[in-house]
Design a protein around this ligand. Structure first.
Ligand code: ADP
Ligand code: ZN
Length: 735
């Protein structure tokens, strides 16, 4: 008897294993990378064949047969499967769930790669219709008719119609009745990615940019470059030129950007300068649009793919370059479910494809800086702003001498007035949304807290609610103290309060608040940034959203309202993080001909952090932090994994981690330290108690060996049933 063909199938369940199936009896035959429909328990599930075998631990007679093969040819290539397996192994996460993260939703659900769509096309009668007469009686119908005439015989699919003419449904009914249009179902072609007529030339590179570009051009095969350039130093110009080379060679380019870095301006700049329409992948896409984008990258039709975190999984058969803009940004690390770092996976992917990867930042992560020190990565510096702009001047305002009212000190108000007077623009940065972070009773001191978290409720004055920023719970704003009925008072300030204060001081100026509350409408952020860039706003007030990458030509003043948040943070990354956010927001000031100024309000002007930052810049902060990490044996000098657990009872959360700890210690590793279990810094969140166990090792391999054994053991552990748990490899937040 010949050996049976057995399919190793990844199914989206939280178990660290593959499942064995026999191939479906009907064609097409499943191969590695194909999706299959398989019986799973009492249901059917969509899975992906990740390998084939001729033997199984299960007797062949007991192996179930897959119901159907969903793809005529493998959906995922060997390279795609490699990345999925690498991710599963490195993050100790079930492979079926990795597949689910990597695939667009429609494919995950088992829909066809080329789903059938309904098309509307012009009929012969429609082609001869008198449009002008129609336009007088039914202008919408006439508009649609013209669109259909332009589209020609292939017609337009209804999704595209919906996008362009929201009222298409009524109009098309009219055309059907007149016999001017007809409809049919078809799979449709992928959009063409036309090479635009002419790519616009950029500025001549300055010597630093030129040197960086030459170094990267001279490389071959895998190489990781840190493009370490101060804000406005022209990093993007360097990427653009390098991308041009790769595109000219006919290869694909993948660009990963932070969540809030993916703006219409960036997309416009890319297409204008490269002469290629980029495919854009982000979380706001409809399922169908995402499928299109994914598909055209997979066939190689899309040459330029730009996206946020999850775009790192996009299949690209001929990728020749990966660029990660703002590599230090924390949005590259997923903080739930599969806790992957898109940056680190992109580096692994570049190695696998033997291609260069460029990591750009004005505030590089300590991990990447350390790779440069050891020679794994090449550091290319752009120490000066391009086009002759000067770096901004920094000034500290001592809040103990010049107290702030509603967040604004007198010196800051004066500075705003003077910059506005000189036709400049001001950006006031506060990384806290809402009106005030605390609602306190003026009489008994009671503070409004969340019922489900160990946290305070934030006052949102516009919506007249109290909102928990940790679990999202909200309730109407208390009119009086819930304990003693006395008057309540909002304490501290958020962006809403700051906006109000600015309006009082500057009633005749245009003020725009930009944070996730004010920018909820789709497209709102793009419009607001465009408006700011055009100089149609005088004062911008907002959070992190405003700080990254944007170029506002008129902006000359940046005010940092509460700079002390990170000085005494509990996390070992607090200082580095604060330095990054201050440098990034400061980088918005004075990017063109006029001198920029940055005012930092602090109640601790004597803290050594400030002279270090103001005189040495980020480089100094990073150097100091690296030395300190080396002494104290924190990353990037050691490796971390955090096991988290959350349960309705505190005991359950801890009991599970106690078991995990025992298991780890049973196979004592020389290089491993186990810290905890301890309560998470916010012990109760969304009604669950949270605890954590930290593993620290000076040897990455032995840490991973422990986790490889631990994961399946914990899955089988009875105490696991009462908790939600996860393994976070290379955690960036220790809570
Ligand atoms: P970064 O990505 O480092 O923030 P950009 O590439 O966006 O910097 O450049 C900042 C500004 O400087 C942009 O307006 C850009 O057009 C301009 N610029 C970049 N390189 C040059 C150059 N070599 N000569 C003149 N202007 C330049
Ligand atoms: Zn809460």
């Amino acid at each position: 008897m010949t050996n049976p063909r057995i399919l190793k199938v990844a199914v989206s369940v939280p178990l660290s294993r593959e499942f064995d199936y026999l191939p479906a009896s009907e064609a097409p035959a499943a191969q590695s990378g194909s999706r299959v429909l398989v019986p799973f328990g009492h249901r059917q599930q969509v899975g992906v064949v990740v390998a084939e075998a001729t033997a199984s631990d299960i007797p062949v007679a007991k192996i179930r047969r897959s119901v159907a093969t969903l793809d005529d040819e493998p959906l995922l290539s060997a390279d795609d499967l490699w990345l999925i397996r690498f991710t599963s192994n490195y993050y100790h996460h079930p492979i079926g769930e990795v597949v689910a993260t990597a695939l667009p939703a429609l494919l995950r659900q088992g829909k066809a790669l080329h789903p059938t769509r309904t098309f509307v096309a012009i009929s012969d009668a429609g082609a001869c219709a008198d449009i002008e007469t129609l336009a007088r009686r039914a202008p919408k119908q006439a508009e649609l008719l013209e669109t259909l005439i332009d589209a020609g015989g292939n017609g337009i699919d209804t999704d595209t119609l919906r996008e362009h003419l929201p009222t298409w449904r009524r109009a098309v009914k009219g055309l059907f009745e007149k016999g001017y249009a007809l409809s049919f179902d078809a799979t449709g072609e992928d959009p063409e990615f036309a090479t635009l007529a002419e790519a616009e030339p950029g500025p001549d590179l300055n010597p630093d940019q030129q040197r960086a570009l030459e170094t990267m051009r001279a490389g071959s095969g895998f190489a990781a470059y840190l493009l370490d350039g101060v804000t406005g130093s022209g990093k993007t110009e360097v990427y653009l030129q390098l991308m041009r080379n790769v595109l000219d060679a006919g290869r694909q380019v993948l660009i990963l950007v932070p969540e809030i870095g993916l703006t219409p301006q960036l997309v416009k700049r890319l297409s204008k300068r490269l002469g290629v329409e980029p495919v854009v992948l982000h979380s706001g896409l409809t399922d169908l649009a995402r499928l299109h984008a994914w598909r055209s990258a997979r066939t190689g039709a899309a040459k330029l793919v730009v996206g946020t975190r999850s775009a790192v999984f996009t299949p690209m058969p001929d990728v020749g370059l990966i660029v990660i803009d703002e590599e230090h940004d924390h949005s590259f690390k997923q903080q739930e479910g599969l806790r992957y770092s898109a940056r680190d996976l992109a580096i692994a992917r570049a190695k696998r494809h033997d291609i260069p990867i460029v990591l750009g930042s004005a505030t590089p992560s300590l991990e990447v800086l350390q790779h440069c020190r050891t020679g794994n990565f090449t550091r290319l510096e752009l120490p000066q702003r391009a086009g002759g702009a000067n770096p901004p001047n920094f000034r500290l305002v001592d809040l103990t001498r010049a107290p702030a009212n509603d967040g604004l000190s007198e010196p800051l108000i004066k500075a705003i007035r003077s910059h506005l007077g000189n036709d400049g623009q001001a950006l006031i940065f506060l990384n806290r949304r809402g009106f005030a972070p605390t609602l306190i009773c003026a009489s008994c001191g009671h503070i409004a807290e969340c019922d489900r978290c160990d946290s305070r409720m934030t006052v949102h004055a516009r919506d007249r609610i109290l909102k928990c920023h940790h679990c999202g719970a909200s309730r109407p704003l208390d009119e009086s103290c819930s304990e003693c009925a006395a008057t309540v008072r909002p304490l501290g300030e958020g962006t809403e309060r700051l906006e109000d204060a600015l309006r009082e001081h500057f009633p005749d100026h245009r003020i725009d608040r930009i944070d996730s509350d004010s920018m909820q409408r789709r497209g709102a952020i793009g419009e607001a940034l465009e408006k700011a860039a055009q100089g149609d706003a005088d004062i911008l007030v907002g959070t992190q959203m405003l700080s990254k990458g944007h170029h506002f030509p008129k902006l000359t003043l940046v005010g940092v309202v509460n700079a002390d948040q990170g000085l005494f943070g509990t996390d070992f990354r607090s200082a580095e993080r604060m330095a990054q956010s201050i440098i990034q927001v400061a980088g918005r000031a004075g990017r063109e001909s006029r001198q920029g100024e940055v005012i930092i309000q602090t109640a601790f002007p004597d803290n050594p952090f400030w002279p270090c930052l103001v005189e040495g810049g980020y480089t100094q902060i990073a150097e100091d932090a690296l030395s300190e990490r080396e002494e104290t044996r924190w990353p990037p000098f050691t490796w971390l994994a955090l096991i988290r657990s959350a349960a309705h009872s505190k005991n359950d959360a801890h009991a599970f981690l106690d078991v995990a700890k025992k298991r780890i210690e049973a196979r004592q590793q020389d290089y491993l330290r186990v810290l905890g279990p301890v309560d998470a810094p916010m012990a109760r969140r969304a009604g669950r108690y949270r605890a954590q166990l930290l593993l620290q090792s000076s040897d990455r391999k032995s840490l991973h060996a422990v986790l490889t054994d631990l994961r399946p053991a914990l899955e089988a552990e009875p105490t696991a049933r009462k908790v939600r748990w996860s393994i976070d490899v290379d955690p960036i937040e220790l809570f």
